[in-house]
Design a protein around this ligand. Structure first.
Ligand code: GCB
Length: 586
């Protein structure tokens, strides 16, 4: 799926701004042919939850309405018009000028709806009916509780169920015959790359031509050939990005340009061999973070200043990579990652697949209900994998697809659930990037059913926090023992930490190494590194989390999850300085 761009043949209209918003009363029907009654204002993009100063509204689970009036210029009369939704969390039904025109399930990937020309006016009305319900069919997976007519989501995961219109809604025009999709595939042979773009066109046309531009926007070649060579190709490298631009032109019989679209891409190779991960034939060590899309007031809404600030802070720490825990991030974020040379593990919202999950993983032991008898999310899971790969396939930053996070891999049925999903990801991706499923400690090397399916063993481990809390010497012994077991069982697979961390209150200090202090967070990571740095097959460390983030309240969460290296408003804790130093030389 193409990102909406202004080109010689296309116009994009962004509907971001203030929308009308309403949560209907119990039993109230929303009329489609009149404006919402008694709406309040809501900024889009943004989660609605922290924009309201009312606990009942903030915690509302169910129907949520948004409305926007907008004008379309007569100049676009003969064009094809599409409404493009960046992300509507978690489901959206769309009504255009009073009529239902389509819907989408899944809160983190874009969808679009073409507007039939006979339905289009100069003044138009768009209404969206969202649902933020999560249950055993959805991703993220959760338990939906109904009590006294009130719905409540009991999350099997550790982040707040922010909802709303999280990314821009745009209207874009194309000609009636148009480029529907572009996949930039290539083979690298020594210094040269042979590029073979795959173009999906709707409508009649005569031929396609390509213009290739370098990183400085200098034209390198102009060709009608569907395969062409870049000699002395400049590689996209971690923290040293180089991006080419491919301008695709669709021509009519007289040679005129019918449609044109420019896609950025980078050239790099990936390989896994002898438990090492290679980018451009160099062993790559992941240094970085699991993140969240999370910031005060905007919740999970797109804010490019926050994203830009985060990339600059990550660069400041000397990180080179991140995981989009626990859902696909905005397209704008992915373009920034390409440009900054950040290596990305791109994750679908396959989280919460652990019945009665407890954020304190040591408490999950007593759970004797089999998750795979309860979850019913396979078809949504397939859909999010398809949508993510379709959206992100051309991003050089993406080196791996995470098709889940911490599923109950130790419960019978896990493999049956995940095997087709892993195959699907491989089948859809022209580059066959590594597939991973970050593992929970309950699915230890003796019990886990999923590790045989993945290319890199990604472990979320909390020795010294949930396990051996405050006991770092014991933590080291247990960590070492577990790592040896994994390696013995899977000697050819690289292993990395996709999460490790300790809740830490900024400004909370002690000479006694007390948990929750900044000193303990440093000691915790230090102890983990003492073990991990000795392992030749260990290929990376993603610290949990880049910043403190909002969660649902539980006895283990005071004002959210505090495992951030930075506070929620992005102030460094002591550990940030420690990591900056460590990663400078790593
Ligand atoms: C995990 C989860 C992550 C939690 C983290 C924690 O294993 O993957 O979503 O936030 O632990 O802090 O407990």
């Amino acid at each position: 799926m193409l990102y909406p761009l202004n080109t010689e043949t296309r116009i994009v209209i962004d509907l971001s701004g203030i929308w009308k918003f309403k949560i209907p009363d119990e039993g109230e029907k929303v009329a489609l042919d009149v404006p919402l009654t008694n709406p309040i204002q809501m900024a889009v993009p943004g989660s609605f939850n922290d924009q309201v100063a009312n606990a009942e509204l903030r915690e509302h689970v169910g129907e949520i309405w948004y409305e926007k009036d907008f004008t379309i210029s007569k100049m676009l009369n003969d064009q094809r018009l599409v409404i493009r939704f960046g992300s509507v969390t978690h489901q959206g039904k769309v009504y255009f000028n009073g009529e239902y025109v389509g819907e989408h399930v899944g809160g983190f990937t874009p969808f679009e709806i073409e507007i039939a020309s006979e339905k289009l006016n100069i003044q138009n009305n768009l209404k969206l009916c969202l649902s933020n319900i999560l249950d055993n069919k959805t991703l993220p997976n959760a338990v939906l509780q109904k009590k006294n007519n009130k719905k409540k989501v009991i999350p099997n995961f550790d982040f707040y169920n922010y909802s709303g219109i999280h990314r821009p809604i745009k209207i874009y025009s194309t000609p009636k015959t148009y480029i529907n999709d572009i996949t930039v595939t290539y083979d690298v042979d020594g210094n040269n790359a042979s590029v073979k773009p795959k173009i999906d066109v709707k409508g009649d046309y005569d031929r396609v031509s390509y213009e290739l531009y370098d990183d400085q926007k200098q034209l390198l070649l102009n060709t009608d050939q569907n395969e062409f060579l870049i000699e002395n190709v400049k590689r996209w490298q971690p923290r040293n990005a180089y991006l080419y631009q491919l301008k695709v032109n669709l021509h009519g019989v007289t040679g005129e340009i019918i449609d044109t679209y420019t896609e950025e891409f980078g050239v790099r190779t990936l390989k896994i061999e002898n438990n090492k991960f290679y980018i451009n034939d160099k062993p790559f060590y992941f240094k970085g973070f699991g993140k969240h899309e999370d910031f005060p007031v905007i919740g999970r809404g797109l804010n490019e200043a926050v994203n830009n600030g985060d990339f600059n802070l990550m660069k400041w720490t000397n990180a080179n990579s991140l995981r989009t825990a626990h859902y696909p991030y905005s397209e704008e974020f992915m373009y920034m990652a390409d440009r900054e040379g950040f290596v990305v593990i791109d994750e679908v919202p396959g989280v919460g697949l652990f019945n009665k999950f407890n954020v304190d993983v040591s408490k999950n032991k007593d759970n004797n209900v089999n998750t795979w008898d309860i979850v019913d999310s396979s078809s949504n899971h397939k859909q999010v994998i398809e949508e993510l790969i379709s959206r992100d396939k051309n991003h050089p930053c993406v080196v791996s697809w995470a098709v889940g996070n911490e599923p109950a891999g130790h419960q019978e049925g896990a493999r049956k659930y995940f095997e087709p999903l892993v195959s699907l990801a491989k089948e859809l991706d022209w580059e066959k990037r590594a597939v991973v499923i970050p593992n929970i400690i309950n699915a230890d090397p003796d019990k886990d059913e999923l590790t045989g399916l993945v290319d890199i063993i990604c472990l979320n481990r909390y020795y010294g926090w949930y396990i051996n809390h405050g006991e770092l010497e014991e933590a080291k012994v247990n960590l070492k023992r577990e790592m040896e077991k994994w390696h013995e069982k899977y000697p050819d697979k690289p292993i990395m930490f996709s999460e490790f961390g300790a809740d830490t209150i900024s400004g909370f200090n002690s000479v006694y190494g007390t948990p929750f202090t900044e000193e303990y967070q440093v000691d915790y990571f230090n102890a983990n590194f003492e073990v991990l740095d000795k392992l030749s097959y260990f290929i990376g460390e993603h610290v949990w989390n880049f910043a403190d983030f909002e969660t649902h309240p539980t006895v283990r969460r005071v004002d959210g999850n505090k495992k951030g290296i930075f506070t929620r408003d992005r102030k460094p804790k002591s550990i940030a300085h420690y990591l900056k130093k460590r990663w400078e030389n790593k």
